[in-house]
Design a protein around this ligand. Structure first.
Ligand SMILES: NC(=O)c1ccc[n+]([C@@H]2O[C@H](COP(=O)([O-])OP(=O)(O)OC[C@H]3O[C@@H](n4cnc5c(N)ncnc54)[C@H](OP(=O)(O)O)[C@@H]3O)[C@@H](O)[C@H]2O)c1
Length: 221
């Protein structure tokens, strides 16, 4: 389908590895000029770094909000510094970006959140808390962006085969047996999903959260 909007540019945060890298690579295959950022280009926990990045990247057609995730920690072990760091990394950093970047009409914003926004996890409580908070902001903003035909899609991965998952899991084979599909998801599956949305000019699916978890979750809505 030919779109009235020409999607030519994308900014993918956390685009140097894992899920972000797979999205960047998939978008490049359809001729999109992708800036795939590493933590050296923008550190979403450091608001000065975020503002510096925005000086050179203040406009795009497609934005992927993605960053590194917190290490697992029990509630009793979480420090004030941990709260402050991830409050910025997973919440204020993304809010600052959206307050200062122009998404061109007909564009897309994809958020990489996590399955833990719907099913909180005792070891990933920081991740559950701040990602759920930002998902609320993203949902509210989807209504404003919709006026300019900009679609907002929250992707909530379960366990995907990336560096982060390899760090989190002790025994991969044993863990895979607990997933209905008996395997981790591949980052390329998320990359191809994002590409398919853009390539096929799918716009009306917005304000949604997409579970990407191989049927691990048990909730219906
Ligand atoms: N993999 C999963 O199963 C899974 C499941 C649910 C949610 N998630 C979440 O989805 C996101 C991506 O996961 P992933 O598995 O692809 O992670 P990953 O393989 O660890 O890659 C993380 C990416 O984020 C960048 N990054 C790290 N810290 C950053 C910071 N402070 N500011 C900006 N960028 C930063 C990294 O850049 P460098 O290369 O410079 O380090 C890298 O490009 C994470 O937030 C993760 O917690 C992952």
């Amino acid at each position: 389908m030919l779109s009235e909007y020409d999607m030519t540019r994308a900014i993918v945060l956390g685009g140097s590895r894992g899920i972000g890298r797979a999205i960047a690579d998939a978008l490049k295959t359809i001729g999109i000029d992708v800036f795939a950022a590493s933590s050296g280009d923008i550190d979403t926990s450091d608001l000065d770094s975020v503002r510096d990045f925005l000086k050179n990247h203040d406009q795009t057609d497609i934005l992927v909000l993605n960053t590194g995730g917190p290490a697992p920690k029990q509630f009793s072990d979480i420090t004030q510094d941990d709260w402050n760091l991830y409050h910025n990394q997973l919440f204020v950093g993304f809010c600052t970006i959206l307050q200062n970047i122009k998404i061109n009409d007909g564009g897309y914003i994809f958020l990489i959140s996590s399955a833990v926004i719907k099913e909180p996890n005792a070891k990933l409580i920081i991740s559950s808390a701040y990602r759920a908070a930002f998902s609320e902001v993203f949902k509210v903003l989807s209504k404003e962006y919709a006026r300019n035909n900009i679609s907002c899609i929250n992707i909530a991965p379960g366990f995907i085969n990336t560096d982060r998952t390899l760090e989190l899991l002790k025994d991969m084979r044993e863990f895979e047996e607990t997933i209905p599909m008996k395997r981790l998801g591949e980052p390329e599956e998320i990359g191809n999903f994002v590409k398919a949305i853009v390539e096929n000019d799918i716009k009306y699916m917005t304000g949604v959260t997409i579970n990407f978890d191989g049927a691990s979750s048990s909730y219906v809505f």
